[in-house]
Design a protein around this ligand. Structure first.
Ligand code: 5GP
Ligand code: ZN
Length: 142
């Protein structure tokens, strides 16, 4: 399904022009309009899923192989020194466009904005607290 009010639906389906680097029947991969680095790209499914919770399993199973292929090609082509793959779900997690997308972010040793980029502060949980979380999650996964 596509959503009329979703800019990524329009970009993914070619209704709004974008810098497309790859397209197939399920996805369009475009360059981010406000890139964090040279080559920062977004994998957009052509169907609308707001986030990973809504994502179809078949589409999900195709996302990582595509991300891997792009990471290899982009690294070779752009000569980056590393690569981040990032996917935000929900406002608190930094999602600003509510159509599932995966960020492909080439990283360069010499980039001016490397300091503090994509870092978080350690939460400082005790081994007991981590153990309690582990038990809770393990139970639900059975
Ligand atoms: P989020 O914060 O939701 O994970 O990421 C949204 C990303 O989409 C941001 O990096 C932002 O720069 C990018 N973006 C937002 N609107 C547009 C647009 O119209 N075109 C392109 N190419 N990127 C966009
Ligand atoms: Zn959409």
């Amino acid at each position: 399904m596509k959503r009329e009010d979703c800019i990524f639906c329009k970009l993914a389906n070619g209704e709004i022009p974008a810098n497309t680097i790859y397209e197939d029947e399920d996805f369009r991969v475009i360059l981010d309009a406000n890139p964090a680095s040279e080559g920062h790209a977004l994998i957009l499914p052509k169907e609308h899923y707001a986030n990973i919770y809504e994502l179809d399993d078949t589409v999900a199973s195709k996302v990582f192989p595509l991300a891997r292929k792009l990471a290899c090609v982009m690294t070779k082509t752009l000569g980056c020194d590393g690569f981040n793959i990032l996917q935000n779900n929900g406002e608190v997690a930094g999602q600003t466009v509510f159509h599932f997308h995966m960020h492909l972010i080439p990283r360069y040793k010499k980039a001016p904005n490397n300091q503090g980029f994509l870092l978080w502060k350690e939460r400082g949980l005790s081994p007991e607290e981590i153990g309690t979380i582990c038990e809770k999650l393990t139970r639900q996964m059975q």
